[in-house]
Design a protein around this ligand. Structure first.
Ligand code: SAM
Length: 251
């Protein structure tokens, strides 16, 4: 897969894109990554301007359409494979594992990163999709773009080893993943559940499934409606819904 990003801070990407799995994916040729400086397509002049004051007044600066349209066209033309062009914005569709899986089927994506108050409204016509990483506002689209690349890249064939398979993970069953434990078996009077030490793989699989249901009911009850649960699992989830949960309002 080829990924291009367009940003006024392209230097932000290299440390994240060369570390760990993303670095390995690039070394293996599974991921081709290019960060482009939007100022390459800035307005003529010494200031290499890419933003301007908002019409109608108000705080902050807005990214002008000319550099962004020029960058999107030029970057799109760098490779013959058609690109899915995505604007990072808190107003976009929420990023989900389902969307990540769809993005991973594309041969090429171009991610456009906003800054300041965001982009001129007309830029929305130059992209195929608008994506948000969550209901909060960040200072720029660079970290959101890295989130997208990281989540998509780990699904590409050959990135994760067999022992790091992504098939059991949170959201892949419509549930959060079951809890994990490693050595030591006992740590400061906190014991690993005995079943995990039993060697009985069938019982371990069923315990894990039950834990995934309980965990989802406690932490993300909104996921339960669409989850594929047996009647017994549904009853278990209903019981767990009544137990104490962390209330984000109290944090
Ligand atoms: N004024 C904009 C609004 O209220 O929708 C927010 C602009 S934000 C300060 C600057 C840039 O950060 C955005 O253009 C976008 O590229 C990026 N950004 C901020 N939060 C984001 C999020 N949750 N998901 C994706 N991109 C985000």
């Amino acid at each position: 897969m080829r990924v291009d990003v367009i940003s006024v801070l392209p230097e932000m990407f290299e440390p994240a894109m060369s570390a760990s799995m993303l670095g390995i994916a690039r070394d293996r040729g599974v991921l081709e990554f290019h960060a482009h400086d939007l100022r390459t397509w800035a307005l003529p002049g010494v200031h290499r301007q890419v933003d301007d004051a908002p019409y109608g007044g108000g705080p902050g600066m807005v990214m002008r359409p000319e550099p962004l349209f020029a960058a999107i066209r030029a970057v799109g033309a760098l490779d013959e494979r058609p690109a899915l062009t995505i604007l990072m914005t808190p107003q976009g569709v929420p990023l989900s594992q389902n969307l990540v899986e769809k993005l991973a089927t594309h041969e090429r994506i171009v991610l456009v990163c906003g800054r300041y108050e965001g982009v001129d409204e007309r830029v929305r016509e130059a992209v195929d999709l608008e994506v948000s990483i969550g209901d909060y506002v960040m200072t720029g689209g660079e970290l959101p773009a890295m989130v997208v690349v990281d989540a998509v890249c780990r699904l590409l064939p050959g990135v994760l080893g067999d022992d790091e398979s992504s098939t059991d993970e949170s959201f892949s069953w419509g549930l959060l993943e079951y809890p994990h434990y490693t050595r030591p078996a006992s740590f400061e009077q906190r014991d690993v559940p005995a079943i995990l030490l039993s060697g009985d793989h069938a019982r371990i699989a069923s315990w894990r499934r039950e834990q995934a249901v309980l965990r989802t009911a406690r932490s993300r009850p909104d996921l339960l409606e669409a989850a594929d649960l047996s009647p017994a699992e549904r009853a278990l989830a209903d019981q767990a819904l009544d137990t104490d949960r962390t209330d984000p309002e109290e944090v």
